[in-house]
Ligand binder design. Structure first.
Ligand SMILES: Cc1cc2nc3c(=O)[nH]c(=O)nc-3n(C[C@H](O)[C@H](O)[C@H](O)COP(=O)(O)O)c2cc1C
Length: 319
């Protein structure tokens, strides 16, 4: 039985739904010794910002049960470097290149989007809305529907490329933020970024991270990510790209059933840098075993009663 693993995120066709998640797979082809990039549906870069950023002081990673905390702080060499040194190496990678951009102001986001607009190798922009807005109360763009919409509207104006709005789970109602960025012109939603958490060394009475709080990721957050993908997919018409704890081909298919059109693999790359290739290769077998000829048929196929309305974190499919 021949099976198709092709999916579409809006107008962008992917040979399969498996993407790398921003910040866990380098900027360019750093991981190609482990897995041929041509195997993947796409590569998502680490967040690139207008100016170079040194990131936060160490320690900025801590292992947790079934997950990890990080507070890298968007370390990167800036968009000029990325354009000049990284993008040329990505030509001929044989996969879709999605560049993740960040900013401390609406203007920063627009600046990065405009600079990348003429780069044919970049097939879509993923906008990391979890960056703090330094012009306001330093709250991340992702936590306020108006701020999130302002950043997306500015990016939309600055580029003709598909715009994916990457949302944070650290909100009361992710569906409301999803609706706001859809109205502002986003072509897709990426859900989710990391969940705020912390770890403590009780003997030293100190947090394990220099920043006290950090972002929790990995298998521990998959149930939250699944719930949020369902909430997003029932709140908007644009496609959803899932992220959060996926580590197997079964996980990828779960996210598709929840309503995602593609799935990013993040923290699991640190556990096994070759796993993302194994996941891609296992998809056809899982589809054949279940007599599914077209993977796209699974997208949003969750059999559950549509809730009357979402009430933020209280949302339940049983009501
Ligand atoms: C070490 C690390 C660095 C990350 N850096 C970024 C980043 O630069 N930009 C971004 O949008 N997300 C970043 N993320 C979030 C991931 O892309 C992803 O949304 C999140 O970790 C959930 O997926 P996972 O559980 O599969 O890792 C980072 C995650 C980790 C663990």
């Amino acid at each position: 039985m021949t099976v198709s693993t092709i999916v579409h995120v809006g107008a962008l066709e992917l040979k399969n739904p498996v993407l790398s998640a921003s910040g866990t797979y380098g900027h360019g082809l750093e991981m190609s010794n482990f897995v041929s990039p041509a195997l993947l549906g796409g590569l998502v870069s680490k967040t690139v910002t207008r100016k170079p950023r040194p990131g936060n002081a160490p320690p900025r990673m801590a292992e947790t049960p079934s997950g990890m905390l990080n507070s890298i702080g968007l370390e990167n060499r800036g968009i000029e470097y990325y354009k000049k040194e990284v993008l040329p190496t990505l030509r001929g990678a044989g996969t879709r290149i999605i560049t993740n951009i960040g900013g401390e102001s609406v203007e920063d986001f627009a600046y990065c989007a405009e600079l990348l607009d003429s780069e044919s190798v970049v097939e879509a922009l993923e906008v990391n809305l979890s960056c703090p807005n330094i012009q306001g109360a330093k709250l991340p763009f992702s936590t306020d529907a108006n701020l999130a919409a302002a950043a997306i509207a500015a990016v939309r104006k600055a580029t003709k490329k598909p715009v994916w709005a990457k949302l944070s789970p650290n909100v009361t109602s992710i569906g409301d933020i999803a609706k706001a960025v859809e109205a502002a012109g986003a072509d897709a939603i990426t859900a989710i970024n990391t969940l705020l958490g912390m770890a403590i060394d009780w003997q030293k009475r100190l947090p394990l991270l220099s920043t006290t709080f950090g972002g929790l990721s990995g298998p521990a957050i998959k149930p939250v990510a699944l719930r949020m993908v369902v909430e997003c997919s029932r709140s908007v018409r644009i496609p959803i790209v899932a992220a959060g704890g996926a580590r197997s081909a079964d996980d990828v298919l779960e996210f598709l059933v929840a309503g995602a059109s593609a799935v990013q693999i993040g923290t699991w790359n640190f556990v096994d840098p070759a796993a993302i290739g194994v996941i891609v290769n296992e998809l056809p077998r899982l589809l054949r075993d279940s007599k599914i000829a077209d993977i796209a048929d699974l997208i949003g196929s969750l059999r559950a009663p549509t809730p009357v309305k979402f009430e933020g974190v209280e949302a339940s499919l049983e009501r």
